[in-house]
Design a protein around this ligand. Structure first.
Ligand code: IMP
Length: 198
């Protein structure tokens, strides 16, 4: 059977490809299907966006499709930036400007609790869609620290650590991140489904 990945991010493609690399499953990406339209991520939840991306890809290609959506939720900001994480400081996407805005919003705020969330959706050609969710709890630092990773990594201190994702080894992040947790769940939940063609 064919499994199509919605992401055009080479790093994510490689990671997911490795996870779903088992007998009978041929993993391809949206890049192999130029007719797939760009999907507007206008949902109010990570689930809604992931489902929209997976369903569109499944409908256009006719194959099983996997999509993800992720972002940062800050408790003191009622879950913001949430689904607006990429464009928190406006267009075009600017990671540094997003971090500056987040620090400004949290100036003088004592509760720095936050979590990264990653939702993955699998759309089946018969119309069903299933989702799994991975989270990584932590807190927002007082200032940006470190150059590893991307996005909010220089500001995010994962639970059980004192350094930000920007400072920690990438191997630590790839073990404990929201994306790692979502992927583990995805493999557990869907390996069987995908290995047995319907
Ligand atoms: P996407 O859905 O994976 O494209 O992520 C949307 C936005 O959430 C990104 O542009 C980042 O701002 C933020 N984000 C998601 N995952 C991470 C991460 O692992 N580290 C830092 N920022 C992230």
């Amino acid at each position: 059977m064919n499994l199509i990945l919605a992401t055009r991010n080479e790093h994510k493609l490689l990671e997911i490809r490795k996870l779903f690399d088992f007998a009978g499953v041929r993993v391809q990406s949206a890049l192999d299907f130029p007719e797939v339209p760009e999907v507007e991520e206008d949902g109010g939840t990570f689930e809604a966006n992931a489902i929209k991306k997976a369903s569109t890809l499944c409908r256009v290609t006719g194959f099983h499709a996997l999509a993800d959506d992720s972002g940062l939720e800050v408790k003191a900001l009622a879950g913001e930036p949430g689904v607006y994480s990429a464009r928190y400081a406006g267009e075009p996407v600017d990671y540094h400007a997003n971090n500056v805005k987040l620090l400004r919003e949290l100036q003088g705020v004592e509760n720095r609790e936050a979590r990264f969330v990653c939702v993955m959706a699998l759309a089946f050609p018969d119309g069903r869609v299933e989702t799994v969710r991975g989270e990584c709890r932590g807190r927002i630092a007082a200032a940006c620290r470190g150059t590893n990773g991307f996005g909010y990594d220089p500001l995010f201190i994962p639970e059980g650590h004192e350094q930000t994702f920007g400072e920690l080894e990438e191997s630590v992040k790839s073990r404990i991140s929201h994306r790692a947790h979502a992927m583990q769940q995805a493999v557990t939940a869907w390996k069987q489904l995908l290995a047995i063609p319907r």
